[in-house]
Design a protein around this ligand. Sequence first.
Ligand code: ADP
Ligand code: ASP
Ligand code: MG
Length: 442
Amino acid sequence: MKMKVLKFGGTSVGSVENMNNVKNIINDGQRKVVVLSAMSGTTNQLVAIAQDIAEKNPNEAIDKINKLNETYFTAIDKLLRNKKLNEDVKSYVSGIFNFLVESTYKEYSETIENQIVAQGELLSTYMFNSYLNQEGVSSALLPALSFMRIDEFTEPDYNYIESNFKDVFENVEESEIYITQGFICLDINGEISNLQRGGSDYTATIIGAAIKAEEVQIWTDIDGMHNNDPRYVDNTKPISNLSFDEAAELAYFGAKILHPQTVTPVRTDNIPVRLKNTMNPEAYGTLISSKTSVNGVKAIAAKDNITAIKIKSARMLQAHGFLKKVFEIFESYKTSIDMITTSEVAVSLTIDDDKNLDKILVELEKIATIEVDKNQSIVCLVGHSVVNHQDTFKLFQILQDVKIRMISYGGSNNNISLLIDTKHKITTLQKLNNYLFELVTL
Ligand code: ADP
Ligand code: ASP
Ligand code: MG
């Protein structure tokens, strides 16, 4: 029988009240896989602890570890009234906090950082599994590190995941609810790694693809994908239906509700993804499926920390092979390009990973003159056939006071991207919202 995969984010498991909501949502008599994030705030704290170790501030790391330990013990006392379970969970949690303290004596390495940030999901899943046990709900833990692995290109190793998930699943005691950790995985060398921040969404769809799930549900703290970023814009509204293409564009271009890769694993098998609100389960949320619906701008998202690079060369004029050389430089530093525009003498492009920027610039300067603009944002308008819609032509009018650094139109029918300075992001998003969705007239 096909199962569903349900993922609950940090807020959903962030308090005893919310864990109780999660219990009520999943306890419906159907067998399912439940993927959990770390309790909200924990991963940020773990990243900060690793940072302290990297900066050789062990005392600050220990201070943070002690505070976090206290928070967990308070939560455990509230969550687990059953004495035996309470003691068992405290002993497990103490083991993790001892490990964190020991890490502060060690020399920083990326492996140590990855081990540290992985602890959040181990904590939340162990606690929640014991809570279900206390409440008489049949559940078992599936350790993600026994089946979740990425390859040398940091892509999920689907064959490994599928066969190892099956093994783990078949060997654990039969239950109604199978709980596993989001975000964490092993890398090609067998070291603990992760799927990047927000990666529990990705875990859920990777498992969904591996077990050919009936549906993947992402439960969070908002009633689905909104038509604009609710952190910056007033009056945003949930969108009830999105196609895989639309959802992929929105996730990639900054809609934080989804990890950028979330829909990739499930789109070929056509497994629907539902976005739901743990705090308001009755709300419809968003259904992501292969169905395309109305044309026009459906949603707007923005991605920050973008660097724009203008590459100017007189030799570019009528010179074939110039772009190839440019792309090869980015390729050799494994840096992907998001937006690109060209003219006869220059090409402008954007990257979001500037780890190797200095080295890239040294190479580019050998063939062209370079200008770099940091602190840029890509504002992305997404919707089926958006490029053909009448509203699209109003864009320049709506944004007449905003300096647009680059524009990408027609790369796909579903996406128009604008590059602006991040300091204009909020006003740009709000203006687009007013004129495109609130029907304020120009
Ligand atoms: P979780 O911890 O459950 O994974 P996240 O914080 O990662 O939750 O994602 C949910 C948050 O995403 C929302 O609270 C909201 O602030 C933010 N968000 C950004 N853009 C959007 C959008 N277009 N629609 C809905 N939420 C969005
Ligand atoms: N706990 C991880 C993070 O905060 C993964 C997740 O929440 O999806 O990034
Ligand atoms: Mg998230």
